[in-house]
Design a protein around this ligand. Sequence first.
Ligand code: ATP
Length: 194
Amino acid sequence: MRLGLFGGSFDPPHNGHLALCLLARELLGLDRLIISVSKNPFKAPSDAPDDDRAMMARLLAAELNSTGSIVEVSGWELCQPGASYTIDLLRHVGDAHPGAELVLLVGEDSYRQMHSWKSPAEIASLCRIAVFGRSGFSAEGQDSDITLPQALIHEFDMPVSATAVRALIAAGQAVTHLVPQSIAAYIASRGLYH
Ligand code: ATP
């Protein structure tokens, strides 16, 4: 079984996440996909509470599952006592699914930071890393001495970020073109990001 793992703060989930998961499912032939909601230790006051982020991640999963049911949401990271790290999540998921071939999905901005993550070499030994291009992000200027784990970079261009979504909402502008309808409705009903 090929099992994809996609972590993020999902604050909120947006069409970039949606498109990335849909592409990954087809391109990588995923049998299952776990969306993991991460802890957000550097929370700004405008950010959504953990329960809301988990709920919106479940709405994202529901959108994805409407075209074939393979996605589930994990709140494992949110339940951990301290900071959560991708390496710990990978070990946890690997233990829970012995024999599964793990594929870690990341945007290129995250991938370029991976040298500063906990145990990058071990991450690469436990899974395949699939990187998706991040619109507006350029690796130019990155220190050429940095060693990043081996990965396959896929072309991808969805110009949307959670930061932009939060800023638009705070400015009283519509985000219906940037997030799935169910998530826009949830954000409005909970009054998030104002
Ligand atoms: P923020 O703007 O708050 O930093 P974000 O839009 O990057 O949030 P996250 O939940 O932090 O969203 O991202 C989770 C993962 O999805 C990361 O690996 C990130 O690189 C990737 N990702 C998010 N949006 C895109 C996008 N538009 N294109 C490619 N990758 C993306």
